[in-house]
Ligand binder design. Sequence first.
Ligand code: PLP
Length: 430
Amino acid sequence: MATNSKHPETLVLHAGYRSDPATNAVAVPIYQTTSYQFRDTQHASNLFGLAELGNIYTRIMNPTNDVLEQRVAALEGGVAALCLGSGQAASLFAVQNICHAGDNFVASTDLYGGTWNLFANTLKTMGIECRFVDPADPENFRRATDAKTRCYYAETLPNPKLTVFPIGEVARIGRELGIPLIMDNTASPVLCRPIDHGAAIVMHSTTKYIGGHGTSIGGILVDGGNFDWEKHKDRFPMLNTPDPSYHGAVWTQATKPMGPVAYIIKARVTLLRDIGAPMSPFNAFMFIQGLETLPLRMRVHCDNANAVARHLSGHAKIAKVIHPSLMSGEARRRADTYLSRGLGALVGFELKNGVDAGRKFIDNLKMFYHVANIGDARSLAIHPASTTHSQLTPEEQAQTGVTPGYVRLSIGIEHIEDILADLDQALAAV
Ligand code: PLP
């Protein structure tokens, strides 16, 4: 470990790497290799048998990816991480690692449209049932739980509703029942550390704020190392009974000498091995660059978003502005509790004249990009009903908070005067 700091500003620059052991390079090198020379046959069989940790093949591990894994694990307060080819792969692996056909899990209704589709349709074809519940009442998670429930899943700051998830409340229910909470923290890196509030696993689409510059698709899973899989043997047979795909390894036993990492090691050496959704080392390098300035960028993103929310609220053409800074009551309490370092940089609003006004607004933006993305350094805008959420039925759209006239903004780090000027001129054209 290259630093003992607890501060995100330091961790993103120093955690997990000091200099390259082969060349002393300060920047993390891109190890663009598929495979690694074994010292001898004993070394090779030790690596395959997990008697020794080391590089085998880049589908499963890579030294560049390893630095990103250590840094994001340190940033999130976890014990280990696993890079994947996309956020979608990370969401799939997060669930599939402990759920098989016949099992179920409980997810918040407030989810990214792609995650919803994966859970409601694709996982269903694999025999895994997702039970969607409204997180307004954390007890809904308990009510949906039965003996076959393997995990809870939610987003910290779900767009488009932007109502912060009750992490501690649901994590506590899960721990009573022996169920780990998996949090998608894509929209709130640095702002929230779900593991500190009792979550067991965190995932990110690194495509967003961690990358920060809209160059690369990637995902990462972080193991909090704080969930006792062995204590709940019946609920987690995939971690507590012999795995025929790995010479009968029992993951909670086989990984003991490495620490509380059964979940993440199993994901790496079985799911990543078999399904093959690795992050490319080049993309890992790009995410390492993004990570270095993440805390700095998040501060400016959040300041700008607060200013945009203030500016838009009360505008004659806008029916409603959605941002945690404008919320009150329980929603505001959750935002203040879980987003203690900033209220996020996503702002939603609804134009009074519905779909047509929404489209016109988007078509008239000059500086904002019209893209299906969030978390870029540039300001972005989209009309979810006709794009990101278009594969959902109108009822499902309504459940996730997408109304016909809803516009989502991902506020960038440009000067605030330029951001407000672009919004004003597009609103004037509506
Ligand atoms: N989770 C959230 C909250 C997202 O916004 C996205 C993408 O928009 C994903 C997961 C999926 O990530 P990716 O696009 O990297 O597959």
